[in-house]
Design a protein around this ligand. Structure first.
Ligand SMILES: Cc1cc2nc3c(=O)[nH]c(=O)nc-3n(C[C@H](O)[C@H](O)[C@H](O)COP(=O)(O)OP(=O)(O)OC[C@H]3O[C@@H](n4cnc5c(N)ncnc54)[C@H](O)[C@@H]3O)c2cc1C
Length: 311
């Protein structure tokens, strides 16, 4: 049984959690980082737009980050956190395999899940020929033909953005009736609309094949779409005492309106990109360090302004 009192337990070993660990480790804090190894971008295999790591595999980025953190008092557990709460001024974190841990603060950086529309075949192509973020993937797919799936949410701005990378873009509205402004923007972008219902997506030597309800099909180099996201906050539910994390107020450094709870990464206020997630983890690390100094040396630092409503 681990009876140590950590300064911070970090839930999540993606860019946000790892960078939070780096700031806290370098602040001479005792840190436990728990990660279930199931990153949001794992389907893509590699990451882009992170200087010195453009094109690095996610596994390699994580392994090298952990190796760097070995210089500091940072302990890793490959495990899943099942609950996290606060009891008598102490954070209590319970995991599936390795038991319970105690800490003065919790940095929650568990990320979000992308939720794909329920069209058969889409999930199998996710991260290989089906993508959400042009900045992450369009360069590798440039000059191919693109489809933009606009059947679930308006995606005309995504289609217009993609014109930088391809001149051959088709908007698939999957029977959804497009409002006037959406149609006008697609016309302005020079993107034609195919309104036929879609029954499935399949792998194709070019990238992705769209199977329409009437049996016809069309091949594209890649398909882009907007997705819903699901915050991975289940372990926090009892502590939040609110329907979701968005109801908890945060400041720019990831402090929440709940004492001892901090958030960073895709779950926080930043854009959902690896470098921004890492930056927010660093900011949260600084906030935690400052708040622990406040606790240990009352009056030594001015109080931060109270968190305001998130997003
Ligand atoms: C397909 C795809 C490709 C992408 N490509 C890029 C790209 O090229 N460049 C870019 O900048 N951004 C990219 N992104 C966005 C990027 O993945 C995220 O912005 C970034 O990973 C967010 O970092 P994070 O640390 O907040 O969360 P994540 O990287 O998702 O890490 C969260 C970690 O928390 C762990 N976790 C969750 N719940 C628990 C729990 N209960 N207990 C323990 N651990 C838990 C997970 O296992 C995971 O390892 C991509 C996203 C997707 C979906």
């Amino acid at each position: 049984m681990d009876t140590q009192l950590y300064d911070t337990v970090i839930v999540g070993g993606g860019p946000a959690g790892l960078n939070g660990a780096l700031y806290l480790g370098r602040s001479r804090r005792r840190v436990l980082l728990i990660d279930s190894g199931d990153a949001r971008n794992m389907a893509a295999g590699v990451m882009h737009n992170v200087l010195t790591n453009d094109g690095a595999t996610i596994a390699d980025f994580r392994a090298r980050s952990r190796a760097e953190l070995a210089a500091y008092d940072v302990t890793f557990r490959d495990d899943e956190v099942t609950s996290a709460g606060c009891d008598g001024g102490r954070v209590v974190v319970t995991t599936k395999e390795s038991g319970t841990f105690h800490a003065r603060t919790l940095l929650y950086a568990a990320g979000v899940r992308s939720v794909l529309p329920a069209v058969p075949g889409l999930a199998d192509l996710w991260g290989r020929a089906v993508f959400e973020c042009p900045y992450c993937h369009a360069w590798e797919m440039r000059a191919r033909s693109f489809a933009v799936y606009g059947g679930n949410v308006p995606s005309e701005c995504l289609a217009a953005t993609l014109t930088v990378w391809s001149e051959d873009i088709t908007y698939l509205s999957d029977r959804r009736v497009l409002p006037r402004d959406e149609r006008d923007r697609l016309v302005a972008a020079g993107v034609p609309v195919v309104a036929d219902g879609i029954s499935a997506f399949k792998p194709h030597s070019e990238g992705v094949e769209v199977i329409f309800e009437d049996g016809r099909s069309a091949a594209f180099g890649a398909l882009f779409l907007h997705l819903d996201i699901e915050p991975r906050v289940d372990p926090l539910r009892p502590w939040l005492q609110a329907p979701d994390l968005e109801s908890v107020q945060t400041d720019e450094r990831g402090r929440t309106s709940l004492p001892r709870l901090y958030v960073a990464g895709d779950l926080g206020r930043n854009m959902q990109q690896a470098a921004m997630a890492a930056a927010s983890g660093g900011l949260a690390g600084m906030a935690i360090n400052a708040d622990l100094i406040r606790e240990d040396r009352p009056g030594s630092l001015p109080e931060p302004p109270p968190p305001r409503p998130a997003r």
